[in-house]
Design a protein around this ligand. Structure first.
Ligand code: AMP
Ligand code: MG
Length: 334
C-alpha cells in the first residue's frame, strides 16, 4: 500500500509536469531516480529504484533510433520511403515489418476503426501545422486511399508495398507504444528489475515482482493540470487517447486528431479513452481504436480481450469501464 501511494504521488507529479528528482528523493528516502529526454514529440521519463543512468541512456537511444525510422515528419525515414515508393515494395527493417504486422492485426481486430492507412486524411487535416477543415470532396478523394487491405507485407522478402500511389501509412496511433515496448526490452536486457517509462502520459510499469501494483493518474479531459481519477494496475501499460491532445476549434466546434476512417472526420461521442494492456503497442492502438468505435462497441471489444481493460469518458463527462476496472477506478477530487 505504501509503495502504491508513493507511485501515485509520483505519477500525479509527472502528470502535473513537476517532475523533479529532488521531490522523489525526499518522498522515497532517496530511492527513486528519474531521467528524462525529449523524444517522440513529448517528454519521456524513465524512473528506477537505483541510479541507472547507463540503462536510461541505452533506452533513450533505442527510442531515438526507432523514432527516426517511424516518423513521417522526415522524408528519409523508412515509413516515408514506403509511402513515396508506392506501389513498389520497399525493403524494411525487422521493426517496421513487425509494427506494420501488428498494426494490420489491430486494424482487422477493430474492423478498421484503427487504420494505419489514415495518412491521406491526416495530411488533409494538417493538425501539426494548426489544422483546417477539409472540403467534402477532398475528404471523399482521400478516403478512396484508406483501408488496411492496401498494405502488402511480405515477411519472407522483408518488404512492405502499398497498393497504389496515394496510399500512405501513418503509424502515429501505435508507434509510440511499440517503441516503448522496445525500450523496455533494452532495460530488461540490462538486468533492470523495476522501472517506469512515462511517455507523455502513456505509462509502462515493469517489476519482476508479479504482485506489485502501481497507481496511475488519468488526466481530466478538460483540465491539463487535473486528474479525473486513478487506477491500480500490475506490470503493463496504460495509454490514453483524448480529443484534447491535438485539436483546433473553428466556429465553436472542436476538431481533433483521432479520425474515423469511415468518414474522414474526427470521431465523435467520447472525450478520452484509457486502455490497460500488457503491451504498450496494444494499449496505444486500442485507445485510438476504441475512441473511434465509441463507448458500447469499444468497451465490448476490450471486455472480451484477455488482459485488456478500458475506461472511457463520454461527451457528457460520464465515466464507463470494463468489468476489470470496476471498483479499481477511484475518482479524484479536483
Ligand atoms: P493516439 O494519440 O495514439 O490516439 O494517435 C493519434 C494519431 O494516430 C493521429 O495523430 C494520427 O497520426 C493517427 N490516427 C488518427 N486516427 C487514426 C485511426 N482511426 N487509426 C489509426 N491511426 C489514427
Ligand atoms: Mg494510440
Amino acid at each position: 500500500m505504501k509503495r502504491s501511494r508513493l507511485i501515485y504521488a509520483l505519477l500525479v507529479l509527472s502528470v502535473f509536469g513537476l517532475l523533479a528528482i529532488g521531490i522523489f528523493r525526499a518522498q522515497h528516502g532517496g530511492e527513486l531516480y528519474t531521467y528524462s529526454r525529449i523524444l517522440m514529440g513529448t517528454v519521456v521519463e524513465i524512473t528506477f529504484r537505483e541510479d541507472a543512468s547507463e540503462a536510461a541512456s541505452a533506452a533513450f537511444d533505442e527510442i531515438a533510433r526507432l523514432e527516426a525510422i517511424f516518423t513521417t515528419y522526415r522524408k528519409d525515414s523508412e515509413l516515408s520511403r514506403i509511402n513515396a515508393a508506392a506501389p513498389e515494395p520497399v525493403r524494411v527493417s525487422p521493426e517496421v515489418a513487425e509494427a506494420v504486422e501488428l498494426a494490420i492485426r489491430v486494424c482487422e481486430l477493430t474492423d478498421g476503426a484503427f487504420d494505419p492507412t489514415v495518412g491521406p486524411l491526416v495530411r488533409l487535416w494538417n493538425f501539426s501545422e494548426g489544422g483546417r477543415v477539409p472540403r467534402k470532396e477532398e475528404l471523399e478523394q482521400a478516403l478512396a486511399f484508406v483501408g488496411c487491405h492496401n498494405i502488402r507485407l511480405d515477411k519472407d522478402a522483408m518488404t512492405v508495398a502499398l497498393s497504389r500511389k496515394g496510399v500512405s501509412l501513418d503509424l502515429g496511433g501505435i508507434a509510440k507504444g511499440y517503441i516503448v515496448d522496445k525500450a523496455l526490452e533494452v532495460l530488461k536486457e540490462r538486468g533492470i528489475e523495476w522501472a517506469i517509462i512515462n511517455a507523455g502520459g502513456d505509462v509502462t510499469f515493469y517489476s519482476v515482482d508479479p504482485s506489485e501494483r502501481f497507481r496511475v493518474g488519468i488526466r481530466h479531459p478538460d483540465r491539463a493540470d487535473g486528474l479525473l481519477g486513478t487506477i491500480l494496475v500490475g506490470s503493463g501499460s496504460v495509454a490514453t487517447s483524448g480529443d484534447y491532445e491535438r485539436y483546433f476549434i473553428k466556429d465553436g466546434v472542436r476538431y481533433h486528431h483521432i479520425l474515423d476512417p469511415r468518414t474522414g472526420m474526427p470521431a465523435r461521442g467520447l472525450r478520452s479513452v484509457t486502455v490497460v494492456s500488457k503491451e504498450a503497442y496494444l494499449a496505444d492502438a486500442l485507445a485510438t481504436a476504441i475512441f473511434v468505435m465509441g463507448k458500447d462497441k469499444g468497451l465490448e471489444l476490450a471486455e472480451k480481450m484477455e488482459g485488456v481493460d478500458a475506461l472511457v469518458v463520454d461527451e457528457a463527462g460520464g465515466v464507463y469501464t470494463t468489468s476489470g476496472l470496476e471498483g479499481v477506478f477511484e475518482p479524484f477530487e479536483n
